[in-house]
Design a protein around this ligand. Structure first.
Ligand code: SF4
Ligand SMILES: [Zn+2]
Length: 309
């Protein structure tokens, strides 16, 4: 099982990033818990690299080697908001953990909160072990509802420890309870076919079990992410047969089963989806269907294809 040192050793190089600007930002739409479509501004912040070394992570590619300079995060948010349309929800994704004080200095919280005053909901990412008083502090500063996205990935008892996430199911439960007690909402990221779950049916089964577990512990929505290669170690695991990219139809299956059996909102992550399809005849139709299912939160007729079935 690869450790942090081995994971780092196989990394390709980072991208050049500038702490005065976010590395990306975009406008999107998403249904809220009541099914109403919300306008969302998503900002990908250029922050200090995450201290964890999760096996499948490639988010370090757009991070700084040093702590984020004080004032840089509010500057980046202001830069993006100046260029984005109006929205009621904002996602601040920082390629790590928002409440890692090296990534977002505590001194910047108030300025960030001031910039986000018009937003009804603020969504940030965070590791269960970093869910503590700073989450509550920031939650009290913003005028909208704070929601924390947690990468639970899987609850498979043998696979979760191998992902080098440095947390257990119990840590997730404790973090979720703490956030709930403090009026903070939760969403969850789950992996389809993480390393060491290579069988199609098993991959789907554990994505569903994990989504149910997250929902039972208060997660308002789950996003199923097809596990992607691209960070060095994942390619190695693929060569060894320890990682198999999920096929697009497995994502469809997990998505539709989760939508009918889990509870809460379920999203399929469609970024760079083409790599999971072998059929150019139906790819766009499958992607379009899942995009609509994300938006409507209801099952739509399956795509049939004369080439791939
Ligand atoms: S906690 Fe998140 S950002 Fe950090 S290494 Fe793990 S997956 Fe990547
Ligand atoms: Zn096809």
């Amino acid at each position: 099982m690869p450790d942090s040192a081995r994971i780092e050793q196989l990394r390709p190089s980072k991208n050049q990033v500038d702490p005065s600007v976010p590395y990306h930002f975009l406008h999107e739409q998403e249904p809220d818990a009541g099914g109403k479509i919300r306008e969302v501004n998503t900002i990908f912040l250029t922050n200090s690299e995450c201290p964890f070394r999760c096996l499948m992570c490639d988010l370090w590619k757009n991070t700084l080697d040093e702590p984020t300079p004080k004032g840089a995060t509010p500057q980046q948010i202001a830069y993006a908001l100046d260029r984005l349309p109006e929205a009621s929800v904002v996602k601040l994704y920082n390629s790590g953990n928002f409440f890692d004080t090296k990534a977002v200095p505590v001194e910047d919280y108030q300025q960030i909160a001031n910039l986000l005053q018009s937003y009804e909901r603020v969504i940030v990412e965070n590791h269960p072990k970093l869910c503590g008083p700073n989450c509550v502090k920031f939650s009290e500063m913003i005028s909208g509802q704070l929601e924390i996205a947690i990468g639970l990935e899987t609850i498979h008892p043998e696979v979760l420890p191998k992902l080098n996430k440095q947390f257990s199911k119990l840590d997730f439960v404790n973090a979720a309870g703490f956030l709930k007690d403090n009026g903070i909402d939760i969403r969850t990221f789950l992996l389809l076919n993480p390393p060491y779950l290579t069988d199609r049916e098993e991959g789907i089964e554990w994505a569903l079990k994990s989504a149910k577990f997250a929902y039972q512990h208060g997660s308002g929505c789950s996003t199923i992410i097809p596990t992607r290669p691209g960070n060095g170690i994942m390619e190695k695991l693929q060569q060894q047969g320890d990682y198999v990219p999920p096929a697009i139809d497995a994502l469809e299956e997990a998505f539709q089963q989760a939508m009918t059996s889990v509870g809460g909102r379920i999203f399929a992550d469609l970024w760079d989806l083409q790599q999971f399809s072998n059929c150019s005849n139906c790819f766009e139709a499958r992607k379009r269907r899942m995009k609509q299912m994300n938006m409507k939160q209801q099952l739509l007729p399956a795509v049939s294809c004369k080439y791939c079935g």
